[in-house]
Structures are given as C-alpha cells and as structure tokens.
Design a protein around this ligand. Sequence first.
Ligand code: NAD
Length: 351
Amino acid sequence: MRVLVTGGAGFIGSAVVRHLVLVKGYEVLTVDKLTYAGTLTSLKTLDNNPSHRFLKADICDRAAIAQAFESFRPDRVMHLAAESHVDRSITGAKEFIETNVIGTFTMLECARQYWQSLEKDEKDRFRFLHVSTDEVYGSLGDDGLFREDTPYDPSSPYSASKASSDHLAMAWCRTYGLPVVVSNCSNNYGPYHFPEKLIPLMILNALEGKPLPIYGSGANIRDWLYVEDHARALDIIAERGRIEQTYNVGGRNERRNLDVVQRICELMDKYHPAGAPHEKLISYVADRPGHDARYAIDATKLETELGWKAEENFDSGIEKTVKWYLDNEWWWAPLKEGYDRNSRLGLLEQA
Ligand code: NAD
C-alpha cells in the first residue's frame, strides 16, 4: 500500500505518517511545504526508514504535485495540509484561502488526472481522504451534537476555508467520480502539537512561570481527541469508509477551556513542583471575535459502521501530553524560539 500524505510534517499529519509506516508497514510519501507549522523533527523516528520519503512542495504547485502522483503512484491520498490556526486566519485570511481552497482544488485536480489514467482495478482501489474539522458546523448551544448531516455554518476565515475545501472534495466525487471520503474531527491534542496552540502553550508558559491567558471567561467548550486516536480513525476511514460519505471523528470528551487549563495546572504542580501552584498564573484576556461557544461530535457513524473507538480518555491523554512536553524540550524549544520572536500580543490560540 502506497499512501501520499499531505501536511505530514504537521501535528496530525506526522501522527498519521508514523502510524502508517510503523504500525501498518505502508510506504508513505509525505508532501509538505514546511511552513512555520511543519517540521521534519516530528518525523525523526522515521529517519533512514526506507518506507518513508519526503517531498518539500506547496500543494498549490500543480506541476510539483502532478509529478509526485506520477512518480510515487499512490493507492491512496490522505490530504491534511492546511493553514490551521484560527487566530492567524483572523489577521491574515489570504494564506488560508490559498492553501485550504486553491491547494485542495490543486490536489483534487492532480488526483483526478492521475486516477483517470489508472487501470480498472487500481482505479477501484484508489481513495482520496479529505481531512477536515468540526468547525465547519459552526457553534452549538448547550445541547446537541454535530452529526454528519448538520448544516455547514462556519464562523472564522479558517473554518470557512475548510468548509469550501470540503465542498470541493465532494463535488469532485459527484461530478468526476473521484473516490472521495471526507472526515470532520474535533479538537486534537497530544505530542508534537505546535507550541502556539492552547494545550502546549499552557504547559510551556506554566513551565516558565508566564501568564496562562484564557479568552473571555474560559467557558467555551471543545471536544478533545488524542491525536493517535485520530490517526487510527483516518486510516480506517481511508481504508473502509464509503465513497461520497462524511465521517465525524470525536472522543466524547467535552471540556471547558478553563477546566483544561486547570487540569494542566494540577499536572504541572505534580511534575514541576518548583512552580506550584500554577493556577495562580491564569489570566483572562478579551475574547476572540466570532468565538464559537461549543463544539461536540457525534461519532456514532464511525463507531458503528467502521468499528472505530477512541482509546484514550482525556485524563490519561492530558497527563501523557504534559509528560511528553516536559521530556521533549529538544523538539519544542527551537519551534518556540521562532514563535516567541514572531508572536503578536493577544493572539493566542484557544483551540
Ligand atoms: P498543522 O498546522 O499542525 O500542520 C499543517 C501542515 O501542513 C504543516 O506541516 C504545514 O507545513 C503543511 N502545509 C501548510 N500549507 C501547506 C501548503 N501550501 N503546501 C504543503 N504543505 C502545507 O495542522 P494540524 O493541526 O496537524 O491539522 C491537519 C489537518 O487536520 C488540517 O487539515 C486541519 O484542518 C485538520 N484538523 C485539525 C484539527 C486540530 O485539532 N488540530 C482538528 C480537526 C481537523
């Protein structure tokens, strides 16, 4: 099995690539532009592994992507490359439109051209998995869950660009017959998460005794999924998901942002007692414009139809994550240095 993974040097993409190569024994070509969010150090465990190859390319570069299809000849595409930071999309939407919309269009066109050239049995086996977010559904009130038939209602430039890309992917399936499957997942957390995102930011600020900034009152709710559970889900959906279908992925782990930060503080008290009590570092900052109140996923379709289940509960997953950051400064320190240099005050990802 040969899988072309876009965005494989990012947070979720690198978990997917590690899973495919190390657990499944597949051959993988990672295609990644290595933006600020991508680093090959996240794939260090695959150094010198002959089953993994890397191509530095922009998914908007049609010639480079078409060449990647021709030379690698994938059985499957898992398309994760995206601009993914909501706050960055608010201050600079252009890159989100370019990568998430034009880049997805380019991937679909190159995949279509390649797929049409295949023999019948290869054509039948080919799958294009488009990986997306639950943020396309907008915001929930106190009740209810996002289902696959929930209408799209995106709030931020990021989620609007992802919604556009989901529609393009389905349209390429319905119009041209490209065998597309779409997944929409809730918030991920775990190792190799870029230091500007909520959970790593709080761990690393707590470690340095810096303020832990929380948007608004911290009441916004997210449904957290451990990244390795997501990687497994994506592999299952790409393998057995039905064409032209959407699968929602979520861990049934709803938490208020404030509760997440308080739990991190407790764990930091345990593993970094010198800074205790870390809760005193919590500070409240002005809310993000268009901040969705609550996301929560109904993953019944994926669980019953494809037999996937989240294995990690939030309490054990967050403890593993805190320990991973404390043990892996070699990975985050260089990234954080770049982030600190470029960071803009008040622009802190709250998931
Ligand atoms: P990330 O920002 O950590 O990684 C994105 C990767 O894409 C990086 O390696 C980056 O270098 C690469 N990239 C960006 N622009 C590119 C371009 N033009 N050409 C080639 N490569 C490019 O993102 P992530 O959190 O790992 O998210 C991966 C995917 O999963 C995205 O599509 C995102 O929308 C989706 N998703 C993320 C979450 C989450 O909680 N992080 C939840 C649901 C869905």
